[in-house]
Design a protein around this ligand. Structure first.
Ligand code: SAH
Length: 346
């Protein structure tokens, strides 16, 4: 039984079944989450027979890093993790001037079918477990600690739809919040969703003050349904209502992601429609010029069109930031690295 990803309480309960006293959980947890142990052998404050006993019942194996890519400027590191059953997922470390941010995946593959996204090209393989989600961050945290640095913020924006794997995602965030792991502040977490309305409503009641980001990408029902099939299940109007409720309930500003795609959603008309849609809300728009994915026929607008779109929003008092690009030279766009390796038969 792999116990990586358990809380201290859960571990203590598992130990109890084998008559191992509770204080051992403190020791093991420390090794597992703060000292990078991947086997019981190294736990030199436990007697040898106990280590052997533990190894008989449990493992603390972590996902393996099977590919590691550094961007030329050194600011971005992309990892491909492989889990025990051979499934893979990507994780990205972004070194910003204001701190280190980790972008995590929540599913192997994705079933949402968004037109612009590489993660969904091969469908959904499975949900990641809480341990597999947390391990992506803890692995990077261990590595940063060797430089005297730490993980400051997390964006749940990698492959997969986090609100379709709700329980495991929340369990992972709660685990990462514990002081015996990385003591992550919830205010440093941003979760991005394609708009799963019941999930947004549940998250509003969860009592953890994380920021919500909505993948909007179109200002009308018709266009959004064309780009994001999920809109047929949860229409734009309902998503916006849920997002407004989330902002009110948590007093956190909601951000809307809007990928700019040439001749599809980047026109003056769409910018005006978007401004009308968001008028008077505690909200801001994050404009993302599309990372073209070779399998899709979607292209990036030119600089003038991007600027024009942003200006229309600003003139209508909607805060609109342009996402800073990082790691395009290392396929840091969702799912691109994983696909390349899957297609190469790896
Ligand atoms: N399923 C969740 C989280 C993963 S996708 C969601 O839909 O929000 C998160 C974000 O990845 C998208 O909103 C978009 O900002 C970004 N993204 C995906 N594919 C992209 C592409 N080809 N170019 C630019 N951004 C992309």
């Amino acid at each position: 039984m792999n116990i990586f990803g358990r809380t201290k309480e859960q571990l203590a309960a598992a130990l109890k079944e084998h008559d191992i006293p509770r204080f051992r959980a403190d020791q093991i947890i420390r090794w597992m989450y703060r000292r990078g142990a991947v086997s019981f052998d190294v736990m030199d404050n436990l007697a040898k027979p106990l280590r052997a006993q533990l190894a008989e019942y449990f493992s603390i194996e972590r996902p393996k890093v099977v590919s590691r890519l550094h961007s030329a400027d050194g600011a971005t590191l992309k990892l491909l993790y492989e889990f025990a059953d051979g499934q893979t997922a990507e994780t990205v470390l972004m070194r910003h001037p204001y701190g280190n941010s980790v972008c995590i995946s929540t599913q192997a593959g994705c079933r949402m079918g968004c037109a612009f996204c590489a993660s969904t090209l091969h469908g959904l393989q499975r949900n990641l477990t809480a341990g597999e989600i947390a391990a992506q961050v803890i692995g990077i945290s261990d590595f940063l600690r060797t430089e005297g640095a730490r993980v400051d913020t997390i964006v749940v924006m990698g492959s997969g739809e986090p609100l379709e794997n709700y329980d495991n995602v929340i369990a992972a965030l709660r685990l990462l919040h514990e002081e015996y792991t990385i003591g992550l502040g919830y205010r440093g977490v941003t979760l991005s969703t394609s708009g799963i309305v019941p999930g947004i409503e549940r998250l509003a009641e969860e009592g953890i003050p994380i920021s919500l980001s909505i993948s909007l990408h179109a200002p009308t029902e018709e266009l959004r349904s064309q780009i994001m099939p999920v809109n047929r299940m949860y229409p734009l109007a309902d998503v916006l209502r849920a997002a407004r409720m989330y902002a009110q309930r948590t007093k956190r500003r909601v951000t809307y992601e809007y990928i700019l795609i040439r001749d599809l959603n980047d026109g003056v008309h769409e910018a005006e429609q978007l401004a009308n849609l968001l008028k008077g809300q505690l909200a801001s728009v994050n404009l993302i010029p599309i990372n073209p994915v070779s399998e899709r026929n979607l292209f990036r607008p030119d600089k003038a069109a991007i600027r024009r779109f942003q200006k229309i929003l600003e003139e209508r008092h909607i805060t609109a930031t342009l996402r800073r690009e990082m790691g395009t030279d290392i396929q840091a766009a969702c799912g691109q690295l994983r696909n390349r390796l899957m297609e190469a038969g790896l």
